[in-house]
Ligand binder design. Structure first.
Ligand SMILES: [Zn+2]
Length: 372
């Protein structure tokens, strides 16, 4: 086991839920404190409140991982006589780092929306709306024919040339490479001030843009030349599509009220608000944790019989009714499902990496409402 520092822990987390999955202007990432120190215990929470920070201190956590960024709008002051100011001051005083993973965690496979979809028993789960797709890149590298095979293998090991259910895809064409080593050069082939001609292959491979540095590192490590000639460009084709919200089907159809009861039970909420007729037939279900008001038309177009989302506004509910889309609002706090989900996922990942770090779910409910 190895004691990891904060950077390593966050790097591991972001290998699952990268920042680039987040929607525009979402203030995610490290918000309070610093990462350059050992982290052995992390408290996972939906919201950061004074009580949650106190829990982190009591549990001897060095970091809090929150779904809702505590600094959502720019701060105008840091007065410690306000509730949020008191909370920030407690973090600083006890050196508690706070890291926020918001819409990137909604989008990530296995993140908040997948956890909700699975809890509701959905099958054949797809994203509701695509929000991210990664451009593909292409590398064309010139290599002596004798070294071509080793280079192709090395690029494949770095993940280049994976297309659908195939890996090690590449294309080579044979040609002649020409160069003249100058003063200061230590050429693998040829001598100084003499024009050299070498039988070379042009090897072409594609890979997702996020894999660029790994692929180039493998190329430089394997290529025999002092100076490597290559072209690298971004393609118009996309890969690794990700999105927000989920849509799936139930194992068998049920009425809207039966499904609403399932939402209540499985998401452990005391009540739900329902738009639609009690007996409406439900098979295809869209779900979006948090505030999904603006996804009503999208859910309708996607053919959902019902959308499960929180913070439903009065007029949006009327619009949904007019559109003929059933809606179930179990409240925003159902996103607290991420506390257990993220803890389990990260404990598994830490174990694999042999990091001596434990993620624990906060036991404090940040639900502000009480039902009378
Ligand atoms: Zn939320």
């Amino acid at each position: 086991m190895k004691t990891a520092n904060g950077h390593e822990i966050i790097q591991l987390f972001e290998s699952w839920s990268p920042k680039f999955y987040a929607l525009d202007d979402d203030p995610i990432g490290l918000q309070i404190g610093q990462l350059n120190r050992p982290i052995q215990k992390v408290l996972v929470t939906l919201d950061v409140t004074f009580e949650v920070v106190q829990e982190a201190i009591d549990q001897e956590c060095q970091m809090i991982l929150a779904h809702h960024p505590p600094i959502f709008r720019p701060l105008k002051n840091l007065r410690t006589d306000s509730p949020s100011g008191k909370m920030f001051a407690l973090c600083i005083k006890h050196d508690i780092a706070v890291y926020a993973a918001h819409t990137n965690l909604d989008v990530a496979p296995g993140g908040v929306n997948d956890l909700l979809a699975e809890a509701l028993g959905l099958q054949e789960i797809n994203m509701l709306e695509e929000t991210y797709a990664e451009p593909m890149m292409k590398l064309a590298v010139y290599v002596p024919t004798s070294a071509s095979e080793d280079l192709r293998k090395s690029l494949a090991r770095a993940g280049a040339g994976k297309i659908g259910n195939y890996d090690s895809c590449s294309f080579s064409s044979a040609g002649i490479g020409r160069f003249q080593p100058l003063e200061g050069a230590t050429p693998t082939i040829g001598t100084k001030n003499h024009l050299e001609e070498v039988s070379e292959d042009k090897v072409e491979v594609v890979f997702p843009a996020s894999n660029k540095f790994k692929v180039l590192k493998a190329m430089y490590a394997q290529h025999p030349y002092e100076e490597v000639a290559f072209d690298l460009w971004t393609l118009d084709t996309k890969t690794q599509e990700q999105g927000i919200g989920r849509i799936g089907i139930l194992e068998q159809p049920m009425s809207l009220d039966e499904f609403a009861q399932r939402v209540k039970d499985r998401l452990s909420v005391p009540f739900v608000r329902i738009v639609g007729e009690a007996g409406a037939n439900i098979r295809k279900v869209a779900v979006l944790g948090g505030d999904g008001n603006k996804y009503i038309p999208k859910a309708k177009r996607a053919g959902a019989d019902v959308l499960v989302t929180g913070d439903l506004y009065f007029h949006v509910a009327q619009d949904a009714q007019a559109l003929g889309l059933n809606v179930i609002d179990p409240g925003h706090h159902v996103e607290s499902i991420m506390k257990k989900g993220v803890s389990e996922k990260m404990n598994g990942m830490c174990k694999e990496k042999k990091f001596d770090c434990t993620f624990i779910a906060s036991e404090i409910s940040t639900e502000p409402f009480r039902i009378l």
